[in-house]
Design a protein around this ligand. Structure first.
Ligand SMILES: *[C@@H]1O[C@H](CO)[C@@H](O)[C@H](O)[C@H]1NC(C)=O
Ligand SMILES: *[C@@H]1O[C@H](CO)[C@@H](O)[C@H](O)[C@H]1NC(C)=O
Length: 257
């Protein structure tokens, strides 16, 4: 008899309401290595009492909050997941000292007490990136090129994660001509970081300004160099000589006036 009442209660309760709802899980989508992150789990119990809140990274539990435990919090360290218990509660968990290994799918699972033991969950991905302060490096611009000779220039990002996007600009104009660009596959360096490289094979012009821009999320680093052809030094010398008489002429003219 007792059992029938129990089952009836369970069914009718769950029919008229959703029993328990995880309204949303909020996980920062992008975090920089070394930062900390607060992950929140919003739920509505819709009557009844909280039994537990558990957090998982890629299916491995790292934090639980159970009101019946003394203390109610337990943390279990995973590689890249270090919980700050003082800043964690039944609705949020605070992770400190993020590393590239902290990236993953974070899931919160909420359960209610007997009799329902109903549970609900939600998950979201957190990517951890690293973008150093160093500007990208440009190679191959130091030598003199003949006019119209294809450049043999590379731009390489500093070690980052994930691989940054690279762009070339010539005299302020983004290079879109595909035959001028050579994409090399990203190269792994130390500590899980990678280097992106993009080659530029545009025909050389006298005095051209080359800029390489590395982008990762909302961050950018860039470097600018100037290419000279063996005709541009001749032009520069000519430019200098032709400038002086012009200046002198203007001065004389001023005085006469
Ligand atoms: C450009 O990068 C590629 C791939 O790393 C390399 O083979 C080539 O020698 C580089 N060229 C220059 C000019 O640095
Ligand atoms: C520039 O260099 C190219 C090849 O390196 C050469 O053929 C050409 O004569 C040079 N031009 C001048 C003006 O020095």
């Amino acid at each position: 008899m007792k059992r029938i009442v129990f089952v009836w209660y369970f069914l009718s309760y769950c029919k008229v309401s959703i029993c328990l709802r995880v309204v949303g899980v909020s996980v920062p989508p992008f975090k920089q290595r070394g930062e900390s992150a607060t992950l929140t789990c919003d739920y509505e119990l819709e009557g009844g009492k909280l039994y537990s809140v558990k957090w998982y990274r890629d299916h491995e539990e790292f934090y639980r909050f159970m009101p019946k435990l003394r203390p109610p919090q337990r943390a279990h360290s995973l590689d890249g997941v270090t919980v700050d218990l003082d800043k964690s509660t039944a609705r949020r968990v605070h992770l400190k000292d993020l590393s590239l290994k902290s990236r993953g799918l974070y899931r919160c699972e909420v359960s209610k007490e007997a009799p329902s033991f109903h549970s609900a969950q939600a998950e979201a991905f957190m990517e951890v990136y690293f973008f150093p302060r160093e500007s990208p490096r440009i190679n191959g611009h130091e030598r003199a090129y003949a006019e119209q000779e294809p450049l043999d220039v590379n731009c390489s990002s500093a070690g980052s994660f994930p691989a940054p996007d690279l762009q070339w600009h010539i005299d302020g104009q983004k290079v879109t001509e595909r035959s001028w660009l050579i994409s090399y596959s990203a190269r792994s360096v130390h500590q899980g970081l990678v280097v992106s490289t993009l080659g530029l094979r545009a025909p050389a012009k006298p005095l051209m300004q080359l800029r390489c821009i590395a982008t990762l999320g909302t961050h950018q680093r860039e470097r600018t160099v100037v290419i000279e052809t063996n005709t541009s030094s001749v032009m520069k010398a000519f430019g200098l000589f032709s400038l002086i008489p012009v200046v002198v002429n203007i001065r004389i003219y001023d005085k006469i006036l």
